[in-house]
Design a protein around this ligand. Structure first.
Ligand code: NAP
Ligand code: HSE
Length: 441
C-alpha cells in the first residue's frame, strides 16, 4: 500500500456524469491509490449544484454541507485543489473554468461545447497561468481518444479521423432501424439513459459531434477552429424510408465525422448523416457505442471503440484526467495538458469536398418528373447511378412522393448549385435532403 496525502476535488455539477465520478472515487479510490506511484488519493470536499434539495442517487451518502449553489465558493475553497466542470453549457461553465485557471487550480472538464466554442480564450488562459485543462471525457465518452492522440500518437502525422462520435444519435438511428421506433420515442429513450445533452438539439443537429470533431482536429493539427467554418448537418431529416433504402442498397445510415489533412495542409472537417457500406467496420457500431478510426503516418490505421456516453464510461474518463492532474500536482511535473501550437490554419471549404451522394426529393408524382430533375443534374455534369421512388403501400396513388437519386462523386458546391436550380422546379415541393455516400479507406 502506498502512503499519500489526499487531494481535494471541487466537483462543479452533480448530474449524470458528476455523480458517476463520485461513485467511481468511492468504489475504486483505494485501487487508484495502490496503482499510482506515490499513492494518489482523491476526495471531494465541495460540490456545486443548482438545487441542493434534489435527491441524489449515489452509492454512498453525500453530506449535505458539502453541497453549494455558489460556484465562486467552490473555486475559492482552499480545500479544493482541482476543479472538475460538469455543469455543461458555455456561460457559467466558462466562468468556473476561467476562475479555476486564474487560481492556478488544474481543470478537468467533459464539456466539448465549451472548449470548441470558447477554447481559444481558455487555452490562452491555461498557457498564461501554466495550469492545464484536461478533457478526455469531452470526446467519445469512455474511449481514451484524447490521450491516445496527444501522447501515444505524438510521433505521427495524423492523416485522418473518421468516426461515430455521438452516442445519442447513433442510439436513435439504431432504434429507428431495429425496433421501428419513431424519432421522438428513440430520443426519449436516449434521454432516460443519460446519453443526451441537457439540450438534446445539439445531439440531433450534429453540433455535439462537431464540437468533438473540432477538438480532435485541434489536437491533431494544432490550430484553433472557428465552429462557423465547419459544415454540420444532423439526423433530424433521416426518415425510415432512408434507412430501409440504405439497407436495400447494402448501406447503413450513420452520423459520421470526417477529418482529413490534405497534401497542402488544409484540413477537411465535416459532420453529416452518411451512407456507409454495411461491410465497413463502422457499420457495426451500434447503440450508444462510438468508434474513431485514426490514420497516422507511422502507426497506420487504428480503431478505438467503446461506450460514447452514459454515466460510468464518461466518469471513467473524468477520473483518469483527475489522476493525471493529481500526479502533476504531487510531483510538480508542470503543465501536462494540451495547448494549441499554431495560431491559425485553414479548413477546406465544404464546397470543395467531394463524395457520392444520396438525395431525396419530395416531388409531385406526374410523368416527366425524373427527366426534369435528371436534365438539371446533367447540365451541371453530375452523373446518376440510380433512381428510386418507393411506393407507399398504404397510399399507392399519392400525389406527393419521395424520389431518391444516387449521384456520382462530385464537389459539394457543384451539387448545391444544381440542387438550388432543381428546388425551383414546379414538381419539387421542398428543399432536397442530401446524405453523403462515404467510401472509407
Ligand atoms: P446533467 O445530468 O444535466 O448534470 C448537470 C449538473 O450540473 C447538475 O448537477 C446540475 O445541478 C448542475 N448545474 C447545471 N447548471 C448549473 C449552474 N448554472 N450552476 C450550478 N449547477 C449547475 O449533465 P451531464 O449529462 O452530467 O453532463 C455534464 C457535462 O458532461 C456536459 O458538458 C456534457 O456535455 C458532458 N458529457 C456528458 C456525457 C453524458 O453521457 N451525459 C458524456 C460526455 C460528456 P442539479 O443537479 O441541481 O440540477
Ligand atoms: N450527448 C453526448 C452523446 C454525450 O450522446 O454522445 C457524450 O459526449
Amino acid at each position: 500500500m502506498n502512503s499519500c496525502s489526499s487531494l481535494g476535488i471541487g466537483l462543479a455539477g452533480f448530474g449524470t456524469v458528476g455523480s458517476g465520478v463520485w461513485n467511481i472515487l468511492h468504489r475504486n479510490g483505494g485501487l487508484i491509490t495502490d496503482r499510482t506511484v506515490g499513492g494518489v488519493s482523491l476526495h471531494i470536499p465541495k460540490i456545486l449544484v443548482r438545487d441542493r434539495s434534489k435527491v441524489r442517487a449515489t452509492i454512498s451518502e453525500v453530506p449535505a454541507d458539502i453541497l453549494t449553489t455558489d460556484w465562486q465558493e467552490l473555486v475559492a475553497d482552499p480545500a479544493v485543489e482541482i476543479v472538475v466542470e460538469l455543469i455543461g453549457g458555455t456561460t457559467d461553465a466558462f466562468e468556473i473554468v476561467a476562475a479555476a485557471l486564474r487560481a492556478k487550480k488544474p481543470v478537468v472538464t467533459g464539456n466539448k461545447a465549451l472548449l470548441a466554442e470558447r477554447g481559444v480564450e481558455l487555452f490562452a488562459l491555461s498557457r498564461e497561468m501554466d495550469t492545464p485543462i484536461h478533457f478526455e471525457a469531452a470526446v467519445a465518452g469512455g474511449i481514451p481518444i484524447i490521450r491516445t492522440v496527444q501522447d501515444s500518437f505524438i510521433g505521427n502525422r495524423i492523416h485522418s479521423f473518421s468516426g461515430i462520435i455521438n452516442g445519442t444519435s447513433n442510439y436513435i438511428l439504431g432504434r429507428m432501424t431495429d425496433a421501428g421506433l419513431d424519432f421522438a420515442a428513440a430520443l426519449a429513450e436516449a434521454q432516460d439513459l443519460g446519453y443526451a445533452e441537457a439540450d438534446p438539439a445539439l445531439d440531433v443537429n450534429g453540433w455535439d459531434a462537431a464540437h468533438k470533431a473540432i477538438l480532435l482536429a485541434t489536437l491533431a493539427y494544432g490550430f484553433p477552429i472557428n465552429p462557423a467554418d465547419v459544415h454540420v448537418s444532423g439526423i433530424e431529416q433521416v426518415k425510415p424510408t432512408d434507412i430501409s433504402f440504405a439497407k436495400e442498397l447494402g448501406y447503413v445510415v450513420k452520423l459520421l465525422a470526417v477529418i482529413r489533412e490534405k497534401a497542402d495542409g488544409q484540413v477537411e472537417l465535416r459532420v453529416q448523416p452518411s451512407f456507409i457500406a454495411k461491410t465497413n467496420i463502422l457499420a457495426s457500431v451500434h447503440g450508444v457505442f462510438n468508434a474513431v478510426a485514426v490514420h497516422g503516418d507511422a502507426a497506420g490505421e487504428s480503431l478505438f471503440y467503446g461506450r460514447g456516453a452514459g454515466q460510468d464510461p464518461t466518469a471513467s474518463s473524468v477520473v483518469a484526467d483527475l489522476v493525471e492532474a493529481a500526479r502533476s500536482l504531487q510531483h510538480a511535473a508542470g503543465h501536462r495538458g494540451f495547448l494549441p501550437y499554431k495560431e491559425s490554419g485553414k479548413l477546406v471549404p465544404v464546397s470543395e469536398t467531394s463524395t457520392a451522394y444520396y438525395v431525396r426529393f419530395d416531388v409531385t408524382d406526374r410523368p416527366g418528373v425524373v427527366a426534369e430533375i435528371a436534365k438539371v443534374l446533367a447540365d451541371h455534369r453530375i452523373g446518376i447511378s440510380g433512381i428510386h421512388s418507393p411506393v407507399d403501400p398504404a397510399n399507392p396513388d399519392a400525389e406527393f412522393v419521395d424520389m431518391v437519386f444516387l449521384l456520382h462523386t462530385c464537389p459539394f458546391g457543384q451539387l448545391q448549385t444544381a440542387l438550388s436550380e432543381i428546388g425551383g422546379l414546379d414538381c419539387v415541393n421542398s428543399v432536397p435532403v442530401v446524405f453523403r455516400i462515404e467510401s472509407l479507406g
